[in-house]
Design a protein around this ligand. Structure first.
Ligand code: NAD
Length: 488
């Protein structure tokens, strides 16, 4: 792979920036490539291109929009052999994750929203008899609610699944007739920049998709504050989400916020061997799936005191069996974290927990692998709900285990953080688990599984976000409802 300077993609062409920053491979600590350091002028040019393209793209027949999105999916698949190594190098994803969950999932999302472009945008309403008023004569009044595109959408994303995250926003936005300025995360933006020419080849008109990058917050801030941006679709931390919401609120720009999480896996005391095994596997995904850099990870395991040591022992065994190492090695399960800063942050959380009295059951020492930003799968037991590691999102391969005595206590612990993104219940009694789900203040609940259903609305309660993406819910998120009324 050649290490090259990449350009922004604005108005259907590469626009080079006067300066660049290096995007670092977390496994080799070497530059993968150089991304543009965008200035305010680049942001304005990208928003201007999106605004100019909006009027005609919004009026393109849905069938044509669907065909373009379908071709985008095909082209992503066709370029997988170039995209997979690039995305793997910039994210540090393992072979399995990079080849099966990064690039193909992005293509799937475009395919899904190619169908989305054909979903009905008109919601018919029944005729309504009305009396004469100062407004109009009496009679039957007909009406429909119609979904219109939101306009120019800024798509700002987090690191970890760069093109999947991007596809999850851009595909439904384009399907609905919006135009987009994407601002990927500073750590892994190169795959997103590479998509511009593919979209053009697929027949997407110039200006409908634009991408700008930057090493710090400035490009995103300028984009959010730009008066010609109608909607901000953001995935990232709650802290940054709050700043964006403040800025957007000043001019009533629409927002979709997918923010942080602190998932609880509640293991009920009736859990049989099967449910316990499912719990260990699901919680273990915090270590084995992208080194825990996953917003939905079940990072807190809440176990009834009667089964607590059994579950802790099962998790310890699971953690010890995971191979840590170079992500390009097929046998690696746990790759590096995104950066030295993130590794240091995670290590500080673990050290702080031990100081506060947590029991270190697995991990806790930096793996002797160089180069790369590795953290060993870490399990902390005897964690109390008020400890920092039980409250704050760590975004690394760290699981905390808490014991509870009653179901009420389990619910209080599960709900006792500012987050509410994804919780899990493990039980031999699915009706009991269903009932417990109703008490969890969380946008998603998995019962005996960490598996996903692609059509579910995805989003958070509380500080984990506002709005929903996924399936048709995600399509609707990029629309405004317009009511049209007529005499019948
Ligand atoms: P982050 O909040 O630091 O950055 C996210 C994006 O916001 C980046 O593109 C960044 O450059 C940009 N940004 C930073 N400051 C900004 C500002 N003031 N204005 C506009 N844009 C700004 O998040 P991160 O470290 O990249 O990702 C990790 C976080 O993302 C975790 O909290 C994780 O839970 C969350 N996440 C959430 C989901 C979800 O769907 N809920 C999915 C993945 C990640």
């Amino acid at each position: 792979m050649s290490v090259e300077a990449h350009a922004n993609w604005i108005g259907g062409r590469h626009v080079s920036a006067p300066s660049h920053y290096s995007v670092v491979n977390p496994a080799t600590e070497e530059a993968v490539g150089y991304a543009p350091e965008s200035r305010d002028g680049d942001v304005s040019a990208a928003v201007g291109a999106a605004r100019e393209a909006y009027g005609s793209w919004a009026r393109v027949e849905p069938r044509r929009r669907a065909a373009v999105l379908e071709r985008i999916a095909d082209l992503i698949d066709a370029h997988a052999k170039d995209l997979v190594p690039l995305v793997q190098a910039e994210t540090g994803a393992t072979m399995r994750v990079a080849s099966t969950m990064q690039v193909p999932t992005a293509a799937d999302r475009f395919r899904r929203y190619a169908r989305g472009a054909l979903e009905p945008t008109v919601v018919p309403l029944g005729p309504h008899p009305v009396g004469a008023s100062a407004l109009a004569p009496a009679g039957l009044i007909g009406a429909a609610a119609v979904r219109r595109p939101a306009g120019v959408v800024a798509c700002i994303t987090s690191y970890n699944f760069p093109i999947v995250n991007l596809a999850g926003k851009v595909a439904p936005a384009l399907a609905m007739g919006n135009t987009v300025v994407a601002k990927p995360a500073p750590q892994d933006p190169l795959g997103c920049l590479e998509l511009g020419p593919l979209f053009q080849e697929a027949g997407l008109p110039d200006g409908v998709y634009n991408v700008i990058t930057g090493s710090g917050a400035a490009a995103g801030e300028a984009l959010v504050a730009h008066p010609d941006v109608d909607m901000i679709s953001f995935t990232g931390s709650t802290a940054v989400g709050k700043r964006i919401a403040e800025s957007a609120g000043r001019r009533m720009a629409r927002t979709l916020m997918e923010l942080g999480g602190k998932g609880a896996a509640v293991v009920l005391p009736d859990a049989d061997d099967r449910a316990l095994k499912s719990a260990v596997m699901a919680v273990g995904s915090t270590w084995s799936f992208h080194s825990g850099q996953i917003c939905t990870a079940p990072t807190r395991v809440l176990v009834h005191r009667s089964q607590y040591e059994q579950v802790v022992a099962g998790l310890k065994h699971y953690a010890s069996a995971l191979t840590i190492g170079d992500p390009v090695d097929n046998s690696t399960v746990v790759g590096p974290l995104i950066s030295a800063a993130q590794r240091d942050r995670v290590e500080a959380y673990v050290a702080g927990a031990v100081e506060q009295g947590a029991r270190l059951v697995a991990g806790g020492e930096r793996p002797a692998i160089k180069p790369g930003f590795y953290v060993a799968p870490t399990l902390l037991a005897d964690v109390r709900p008020d400890m920092t590691v039980a409250q704050e999102e760590i975004f690394g391969p760290v699981v905390v285990a808490l014991a509870y005595d009653t179901e009420d206590e389990a619910v209080a612990i599960a709900n006792g953080t500012p987050y509410g993104l994804y919780d899990y219940v493990f039980s031999a009694d699915s009706a009991r688990a269903w009932s417990l789900a109703s008490r969890l203040r969380s946008g998603n609940v998995g019962i005996n599984t960490a598996q996903r259903h692609p059509e579910t609305p995805f989003g958070g309660f509380k500080e984990s976000g506002v709005g929903r993406d996924g399936g048709s819910f995600g399509l609707h998120a990029y629309s405004e409802l317009q009511s049209v009324v007529w005499p019948s």
